[in-house]
Design a protein around this ligand. Structure first.
Ligand SMILES: [Zn+2]
Length: 248
């Protein structure tokens, strides 16, 4: 009798553990207790381990160095190859470009995800706010022209811009650049853009991101990574140098 009670007890523990193991996405589990390790130490233990495992798995799926990777990290030390051209380029629907231009181009996945995001954004504001792209892909030639009268804190050198990788967008709302103090629109993007894989690259000034703060500049990194950065309040540069490569 005693044995079966002990077995039942262990079975309950294992069952509780299995339930926690089924948690497979990156969103942090809602923690309703202030001290979960006291209320449910086993579930708390598995939760900690699972998060680490999830992060390891996420890192194993990403590639920060290949030119055509959605996570290609770009700064002065990590430029694109001089002859890089993405091979999955599409024109962006002119409904989502400033001045209805049909000349903006992005990688197919980035354009698709942006369209989803722009439609959802517009819906959320009852069609009274329109998110449009004011700058997408830039050529090395254009990047060279830009840098000639722009500081290195503001403009990336040729071959180091996220725009050259066909991954970045400068965004307008209703015909105006997005500003950090524009809480209504900027904050809505900060809260939701990760669901579409977008990340605001420059949020923490030069020492961290290598560039001045730029609320209008968003790049595609993949939904899982964008969600991780959002949940941990990290910029891509911060994450890259803390988790992937040492700065020295
Ligand atoms: Zn930009």
């Amino acid at each position: 009798m005693k044995k079966s009670i002990i077995l039942l007890f262990w079975w309950m523990i294992i069952f509780a553990g299995n339930n926690v193991f089924s948690f497979q996405n990156l969103a942090p589990a809602p923690i309703n207790f202030q001290m979960p390790w006291i209320y449910n130490p086993i579930s708390w233990f598995y939760e900690q381990r699972t998060k680490e495992e999830i992060e390891k798995e996420m890192i194993s799926k990403m590639d920060f160095y290949s030119d055509d990777s959605f996570q290609k990290f770009l700064d002065d030390k990590h430029p694109l190859s001089w002859n890089y051209e993405a091979n999955d380029i599409v024109k962006i629907n002119s409904d989502f470009t400033s001045n209805k231009s049909s000349n903006f181009m992005l990688r197919k996945k980035v354009a698709e995800m942006f369209e989803w995001m722009a439609r959802a954004f517009s819906n959320e504001f009852w069609f009274k706010a329109k998110l449009t792209i004011n700058s997408a892909r830039r050529s090395q030639k254009l990047q060279r022209q830009l840098i000639s009268n722009c500081s290195v804190w503001r403009c990336a050198k040729p071959w180091t811009s996220e725009h050259e990788a066909w991954l970045a967008l400068d965004l307008w709302v209703n015909g105006w650049n997005i500003k950090a103090w524009d809480w209504k629109y900027y904050q809505r993007l900060v809260d939701n853009a990760h669901n579409y894989g977008f990340h605001n690259s420059y949020q923490k000034w030069m020492a961290v991101d290598g560039k001045i703060v730029e609320p209008r500049h968003w790049r595609y990194v993949w939904v899982e990574l964008a969600t991780y950065l959002h949940d941990h309040n990290q910029t891509f540069a911060e994450y890259f140098y803390e988790n992937i490569e040492s700065k020295i």
